[in-house]
Design a protein around this ligand. Structure first.
Ligand SMILES: Nc1ncnc2c1ncn2[C@@H]1O[C@H](COP(=O)(O)OP(=O)(O)O)[C@@H](O)[C@H]1O
Ligand SMILES: [Mg+2]
Length: 271
């Protein structure tokens, strides 16, 4: 098997001397969507922030994080700046916290591109317009301000921005948690389509196992800073081995025991 795109082994994170994440190991292959599920406070976000070198001050990291063969655990910020955003991009739960309220959507996309790539203003504009169209937003919204866009649209803009520089991996940390169920499904479906079209890899994080099940090829379950279960999504859902996973599944009526076969992404989203 070829080397994983991103490979994490025995990652432990402490903040101000308190253990937050313990000996977490996983790897992301090319074109794979890996899901992370676990209740609030289980260490999902801290694990993902470690991958892009954005842990809070006072954090300590041990273990290894290899990205395309390069060790990036505890890498200097200078090295991380060449990776973050450009090779490993991230979207978060609250798009408004990442969007600048006083700049138009189009302006922010162009700025993002111009920060990372040597481009003329004209081609930055052309690429930015293509990017919003690719996430299902009409070109007319290009000159809109973030507050003039719905929550779902704001998250689509974040996805467009994250994908502008054609990263290898997208980390999506609770990208649909702030959205209503219908919008959430459409965003998950969009992410699935984009990853497939572009041959990208994704780390998809959610406290909601159903959201993860819709999109992840494989997943791992975090509890109290540790991975308590991991495997192929379908296997974990049908035959969970850890009692915590069983508990997560027990509160989900959609995952009826009688279900012989899990619905595909398309079916579960009624497409
Ligand atoms: N800035 C911070 N300083 C200290 N502890 C933090 C900070 N942010 C999160 N934590 C702690 O780290 C643990 C894991 O948090 P987090 O990774 O955000 O969980 P999740 O994303 O799974 O909800 C929690 O116990 C939380 O209290
Ligand atoms: Mg989180």
């Amino acid at each position: 098997m070829s080397e994983a795109l991103l490979s994490v082994s025995d990652l432990s994170i402490g903040i101000d001397g308190k253990s937050i994440v313990s000996e977490v190991s996983f790897s992301i292959q090319r074109q794979q969507t890996l899901g992370v599920v676990g209740e609030s406070g289980s260490g999902k976000s801290m694990t993902s922030l470690a991958l892009i070198g954005l842990l809070p001050r006072g954090s300590t990291v041990t273990g290894s994080i290899r990205f395309k063969g390069e060790e990036i655990a505890n890498a200097p910020q200078k090295q991380m700046r060449t990776i973050r955003g450009k090779r490993i991009a991230m979207i978060f739960q609250e798009p408004m916290s990442s969007l600048n309220p006083v700049l138009t959507v189009g302006h922010q996309l162009e700025e993002t591109l111009l920060t990372h790539e040597q481009l003329s203003k004209k081609s930055a504009r052309a690429q930015s317009i293509d990017a919003i169209k690719a996430v299902g937003i009409e070109a007319e919204k290009y000159g809109a301000y973030p507050h003039e866009c719905s929550g779902g649209m704001q998250q689509r803009i974040m996805i467009a921005m994250a994908l502008l520089c054609s990263p290898d991996v997208l980390i999506a940390d609770e990208p649909t948690t702030a959205l209503d169920a219908t919008t959430s499904k459409s965003i998950i479906k969009l992410l699935g389509t984009l990853m497939k079209e572009r041959g990208m890899s994704m780390l998809f994080i959610s406290h909601d196992i159903n959201s993860v099940a819709m999109i992840a090829d494989d997943l791992f379950v975090m509890w109290n800073g540790k991975i308590v279960e991991s495997g192929e999504t379908q296997r974990v859902l049908t035959t969970p081995s850890h009692k915590y996973t069983k508990g997560l599944l027990a509160c989900k009526p959609a995952l009826d025991k009688k279900l012989r076969r899990l619905p595909t992404l398309e079916e579960s989203m009624g497409a």
